[in-house]
Design a protein around this ligand. Structure first.
Ligand SMILES: [Fe+2]
Length: 379
């Protein structure tokens, strides 16, 4: 556990190595958090949920930090609201690193003692929580750099593989299948409560939709025919003047897109990414197909390779029949977001290794597209 803990703590800092000091405090949009905030918030999580509860000697690094770095836990108390995280030029980046170090040392001391299952379970959540923020950090730094006039590079990595030439569909027989996490390994509470679901026959694509295929949709006028869109999606593309995936730019008749390696010509063989649920749905309509439900996705997940991009499903993020949220603040982790969000399944090139699994339920509002997501179709 100590090794895993230290590895995750150090990974958060490795991700920040390409940053300039100026990059750390910027909040480029309401849904983006500054890198400095991520570094401090995951540290606060250890302090709040582990150290102050299970380490009797522990004294918090700074009593104001709970107010500054609590994300959304009403049970913990008042906090700086999300839209103004970028106004905090203080504490300094150096102080946030000192805070990290202080908490990491206290955690290592605690981990060297005999801990019971209750504490170890919370530590496991803390490890998974910090990994989730590492992925969010990738989305956020891409948004921060990708919206600058000079499109600066972050560095290498986090690029999906080109779509394999072998395409096709796998057929799944109708039947009653078990859905949800089972076994002793870690899962979040929203995956628990395995239960049975009936699905009809379906065929699911082996590949994600490519940029080339998505470009065909754009060029065929997909963004100007309301017949392919939900009413809400149609309003959304018109109000926001959306004509292409996030980070796409047309220069002299050619499509370019911002990647973490800088601005590049759109590689037609890569999977399309950074599309909203509305766009994924409209594309499926244009193609005469549909998106999988989260149950179909989970049942079929052994038939294709996944993990390049999170895949939009046509399932609302709802509690499973026996969903049981934890007591206290940790009960706010997942359950309170189960309204007006769609489920995404799989994982992405920005997901820390080993973090996801076939029962993992990611979720975003239908309009969100700064996350690493893509489209897989069903016919
Ligand atoms: Fe968090």
């Amino acid at each position: 556990m100590i090794d895993r803990f230290l590895e995750v703590r150090s990974q958060s800092e490795i991700l920040c190595q390409p940053l300039l000091i100026e990059d750390y405090s910027v909040q480029a949009s309401e849904f983006v958090s500054p890198p400095k905030w991520h570094l401090a918030h995951v540290t606060w999580f250890w302090e709040e949920f582990v150290l102050t509860k299970y380490s009797p000697e522990y004294s918090p690094y700074n009593d104001d930090f709970s107010f500054l770095f609590n994300s959304y836990y009403n049970n913990v108390g008042k906090r700086v609201l999300r839209p103004v995280r970028g106004l905090m030029t203080r504490p300094s980046v150096d102080e946030v690193y000192a805070y990290r170090n202080y908490v990491t040392q206290a955690m290592v001391a605690l981990l060297k003692t005999n801990l019971d299952k209750e504490v170890l379970d919370v530590i496991e959540i803390g490890i998974n929580h910090e990994q989730q923020h590492q992925e969010l950090f990738v989305y956020d730094i891409k948004y921060i750099l990708g919206n600058q006039p000079l499109f600066p590079q972050y560095g290498s990595g986090f690029t999906p593989k080109e779509i394999s030439q072998v395409s096709g569909f796998s057929k799944i027989e109708s039947g009653i299948y078990s859905i949800g996490h089972q076994g002793d390994r870690f899962s979040f509470d929203n995956e628990l409560g395995a239960h049975k679901v009936y699905v009809d026959d379906f065929e699911i694509s082996s590949n994600l939709v490519s940029n080339k295929e998505y470009l065909d949709f754009i060029e065929a006028g997909g963004y100007s025919d309301f017949n392919f869109w939900h009413d809400e999606g149609w309003s959304w593309i018109n109000e926001n003047k959306i004509q292409a995936p996030l980070y796409w730019h047309k220069f002299d008749g050619e499509w370019w897109n911002y990647t973490l390696q800088g601005l590049q010509k759109v590689n037609l063989d890569l999977p399309v990414m950074h599309i909203s649920f509305y766009e994924a749905f409209a594309y499926s309509q244009w193609k005469g197909m549909r998106l999988p439900t989260e149950f179909e996705w989970e049942i079929a997940s052994e038939k294709f390779s996944w993990g390049q991009l999170w895949e939009w499903t046509h399932s609302a993020y709802l509690p499973y029949p026996r969903f049981n949220k934890s007591l206290g603040a940790l009960g706010e982790y997942n359950g309170k977001f189960m309204v007006n969000q769609m489920v995404l399944r799989g994982g992405s090139v920005a997901t820390p290794e080993g973090h996801s699994r076939k029962t993992y339920r990611n979720f975003f509002h239908a309009s969100m597209r700064w996350q690493y997501n893509g489209i897989r179709l069903i016919k």
